[in-house]
Write a protein that binds this ligand. Structure first.
Ligand code: AMP
Ligand code: MN
Ligand code: MN
Ligand code: MN
Length: 296
């Protein structure tokens, strides 16, 4: 039974609405699912209803942005109470920060003679049918920069303007790592560090991060993210066991046009890791799920 615990809808920077996304996941054979939009719970209720109608097992999910030693991190949250008022208020606070951040990204681009970026990013969101209480994220800015002829493609937009350390990489709106994890735990959720490989940290700095993450109450790491190379998966699997973390896996699906991040298609989990869904706190009826291997 296939588990996919990381994906995005139009409630953040995905292009499918939550219900469409659940249909696509079910068609791909996914049987345990979590929708993990960036700093948003807006898609949860509709996705859950659709997932359960389609016969999939459901976990509440979110991908929280956080700051650690000047670096933006992503923390996946699972199994929290979606109606917990203080967690909802916390997430809404981060969303409000995202709106300010979107304005700041646009102001910074305008100062470099790239005007109209906020309106442009909002227009891109609208083409996906997104409801516009979700603030535009960097991919929306990137797609607008392509449409407006400022860059050739999305990759160039990130390389020149929006990627780590570039002008549009505004990160001061994120809560510090412990402040991101605490409200999630208070709502009964489990914190999992998303795609630990993607931060480009040295091995010793990654170990420091994992120590700090555990101290902040983090309980798992995402050992498998999309079609991640197997040597990375094996390395993360070892770290996962060394730190006594639970192991999670997900496609990180955003878009049907990115075949390397297709729903339900990812590398297999190392057999000696303890999968997240076996944790008793999540009280899934049966822990009978697997990940990949990637299949056609
Ligand atoms: P934000 O949440 O606004 O900081 O945007 C981050 C999102 O941008 C990530 O979740 C990815 O979906 C996307 N992203 C980050 N870096 C890149 C990149 N180099 N190329 C394409 N997309 C990226
Ligand atoms: Mn994203
Ligand atoms: Mn992420
Ligand atoms: Mn993601």
């Amino acid at each position: 039974m296939l588990a996919d615990l990381h994906m995005h809808s139009t409630a953040s920077d995905g292009v499918l609405d939550p219900v469409e996304l659940m249909h696509r996941a079910a068609a791909a054979g996914v049987e345990l699912i979590a929708l993990t939009d960036h700093d948003s719970l807006d898609g949860q209720a509709a996705a859950r209803q659709a997932a359960e109608q389609l016969g999939m097992s459901w976990l509440s999910g979110v991908e929280l942005s956080a700051l650690w030693q000047g670096q933006t991190l992503h923390v996946l949250g699972y199994g929290f109470d979606p109606d917990d008022e203080s967690f909802n208020a916390h997430v809404q606070g981060v969303q409000a920060g995202r709106w300010k951040r979107a304005e700041e990204i646009a102001d910074r681009l305008a100062s470099k003679r790239i005007p109209g970026a906020l309106e442009g990013a909002l227009a891109v969101q609208r083409t996906h049918g997104a409801e516009l209480h979700s603030p535009p994220a960097r991919p929306h800015f990137a797609d607008w920069m392509v449409l407006a002829g400022h860059v050739r493609d999305r990759a160039e937009a990130f390389q020149k303007w929006l990627g780590a350390g570039k002008l549009g990489d505004v990160k001061q709106h994120w809560p510090a790592l412990p402040e991101a994890v605490a409200p999630l735990r208070a709502a009964g959720g489990i914190a999992v560090l998303a795609h630990p490989w993607q931060y480009g940290l040295t091995r010793s700095k990654l170990r420091r991060l994992l120590r700090d993450f555990a101290a902040a109450g983090g309980r798992g790491i995402e050992v498998v993210n999309g079609q991640q190379p197997l040597d990375q998966v094996a390395y993360l699997g070892k770290l996962c066991n060394e730190f006594g973390f639970l192991a999670s896996c997900g496609s990180d699906f955003h878009h049907p046009d990115s075949p390397w991040m297709a729903l339900g298609r990812m590398a297999g989990m190392p057999p000696d890791c303890t999968p997240l869904w076996e944790d008793r706190q999540l009280s899934l009826e049966q822990a009978r799920f697997t990940t990949g291997p990637a299949r056609e």
